[in-house]
Ligand binder design. Structure first.
Ligand SMILES: Cc1cc2nc3c(=O)[nH]c(=O)nc-3n(C[C@H](O)[C@H](O)[C@H](O)COP(=O)(O)O)c2cc1C
Length: 218
């Protein structure tokens, strides 16, 4: 394997929001190709209970975009209140400020994105224990991330979002998603504009890894 290319894709698949190109059409064959790659991901018991809803209809995208926008601003107001009461350190604050600006932009433009992809899984987590919950979400989230990596490798950007789920039922009604199906995310997909992407600053892995005993480092 060409480790440099593989590691580049793994380390530079960012949440693309401000640099989504709303004007450029995305060939649906590319979406199909990336979904074929995505379904190589693992599922609990090889259940393959996934289903991907691809939305290109302008009226449906606009309706979902509006629900996303409403939910985002409810979330943002609650976060503002929380942030006013707890300081988190300067670097974190700067990074968060960039994320917030970019997230506001996406919230105001979600409905304009060329393609939305909603990865779904058959089943509901309500009334399940933690083992079964992990099994359900764990059977759609790896495929969703693989899909984002495959997009990135082809020059397409996306952002993992979940805020539309405040209105999960309304979005299900727009798209005819059955009641016993769970939506895992909403990915706006588009070509991206501008420069290439860089690895993000993260808390080093060593600080969030224990060896043999919680809290033990080598
Ligand atoms: C489970 C999950 C839910 C997320 N929900 C949203 C969302 O609703 N809206 C949004 O703009 N970003 C959302 N994000 C993206 C995160 O804000 C983003 O991953 C984080 O800021 C790190 O940036 P990066 O992905 O560019 O490395 C979500 C990410 C994850 C993993």
């Amino acid at each position: 394997m060409n480790l440099k290319n593989v590691d580049d894709v793994l380390m530079t698949t960012r949440s693309v929001r401000k640099r989504l190109d709303f004007e450029r059409d995305v060939p649906l064959d590319l979406i199909k190709e990336c979904l074929e790659i995505a379904i190589q991901a693992p599922t609990g018991g090889n259940s393959q209970g996934w289903h991907f809803v691809v939305v290109t209809d302008p009226a449906k995208k606009a309706a979902i975009g509006e629900l996303y926008r409403e939910s985002f601003f409810i979330y943002a107001r609650a976060r503002d209140e929380q942030a006013a009461t707890q300081g988190q350190g300067e670097l974190y604050e700067q990074q968060q400020m960039r994320v917030v600006k970019s997230a506001v932009y996406l919230a105001n433009n979600m409905g304009r994105v060329p393609v939305m992809v909603i990865p779904c899984i058959h089943g509901r987590v309500e009334n399940l224990g933690t083992m079964a919950q992990a099994g359900l979400y764990g059977s759609i989230l790896p495929a969703t991330w693989s899909f984002m990596l495959a997009l990135r490798a082809r020059g397409l950007g996306a952002a993992w979002t979940t805020l539309h789920l405040r209105y999960e039922k309304e979005v299900a009604a727009i798209l005819g998603i059955p009641d016993d199906v769970t939506q895992a995310a909403l990915l706006p997909v588009a070509y991206y504009t501008g420069e290439d992407f860089q690895p993000a600053k993260r808390i080093p892995a060593v600080e969030v890894t224990s060896w043999n005993q919680w809290g033990e480092r080598p």
